[in-house]
Design a protein around this ligand. Structure first.
Ligand code: NAI
Length: 263
């Protein structure tokens, strides 16, 4: 019997105090990848704001984190609304006194249609969430991070931030644009103690893929490792990029894709 693991389901967690004394804002943290990042940040000592438009889910996430001995608070945010984002960042400052770490992760899959048939409202919804939401978040987070003595930001892009995908014009355009936004912010803030990176997951087994269930085998076949990724695997890379271990990693696009882009 082979002992080679096919699923990396357990990881060495970051040291319990790696993010001690730091506050972290994670958008889209009520579910999937964001939830796992929020949990791990709290496990590693950060004070976490779980921000999501799913208020109930955000509260449940906070209860679970606090029950496990972490420190977290929930805030409702709609990342498509700049005022809502401003209030969430203000809530972060009021709750923890500053901000050192931000993960702009909230996102949707959106409608699937060929580009020539893609609905304009469907397009706007995806761009509003997956691109404008990241910009609004950065716009309010960066001044607070500077005022808090510097820190690190991760923007959640995707393998579709460097590749096209039939039916996903809006998603792919938004995720490519997040890479440009990431690089620009990194260049602007590098000399002031803020690093900004993008994480690019392959297809990850989260509720985001629930509408793609009929395509599951096809999606798996795109990954040379022969499976979808897990939220834990994306969180692992994200926490590294947020940590001082990544002190010279800046403005880059980091794949966590089971070999998808290597084909
Ligand atoms: P998910 O659906 O499990 O979680 C997304 C979270 O974002 C949910 O809690 C949702 O309520 C929240 N959200 C959506 N719209 C929002 C809004 N307007 N304001 C505030 N919160 C909002 O999805 P998953 O997979 O965890 O996705 C997280 C990020 O990772 C997204 O940006 C997604 O595009 C990206 N990603 C996901 C991949 C996958 O295959 N699951 C692959 C590559 C990137």
């Amino acid at each position: 019997m082979s002992t080679t693991p096919t699923h990396a389901s357990t990881h060495t967690p970051a040291a319990a105090d790696e993010f001690a004394g730091k506050s972290a804002l994670v958008t889209g943290a009520a579910s999937g990848i964001g939830l796992e990042i929020a949990r791990r940040l709290a496990d590693a000592g950060a004070s976490v704001i779980v921000a999501d438009h799913n208020e109930e889910g955000a509260k449940e996430a906070v209860e679970a984190i606090n029950a496990a001995g972490g420190r977290a608070a929930a805030v409702r945010v709609d990342v498509t609304d700049p005022e809502s984002v401003r209030r969430a960042v203000e809530f972060t400052a009021a709750t923890y006194g500053g901000l050192q770490l931000a993960v702009n992760n909230a996102g949707i899959a959106g409608a699937s249609a060929p580009t020539g048939e893609y609905g304009v409202q469907d397009w706007q919804r995806v761009i509003d969430t997956n691109l404008n939401g990241v910009f609004y978040s950065l716009r309010h987070e960066l001044p607070l991070i500077l005022a808090s003595g510097g820190g690190a930001v991760v923007n959640m892009s995707s393998i579709l931030g460097s590749n096209g995908f039939a039916g996903s014009a809006a998603y792919s355009a938004a995720k490519h644009a997040v890479v440009g936004l990431t690089k620009t912010a990194a260049v602007e803030y590098a000399s002031r103690g803020v690093r900004v990176n993008a994480v690019a997951p392959g297809f990850i087994d989260t509720p985001l893929l629930q509408d793609a269930d009929s395509q599951r085998d096809y999606l798996i076949s795109l990954h040379p490792q022969g499976r979808l990724g897990t939220a834990e695997e994306v969180a692992e890379l994200t926490l590294f990029l947020l940590s001082d271990r990544a002190s010279f990693v800046n403005g880059s696009y980091h794949l966590v894709d089971g070999g998808y882009a290597a084909r």
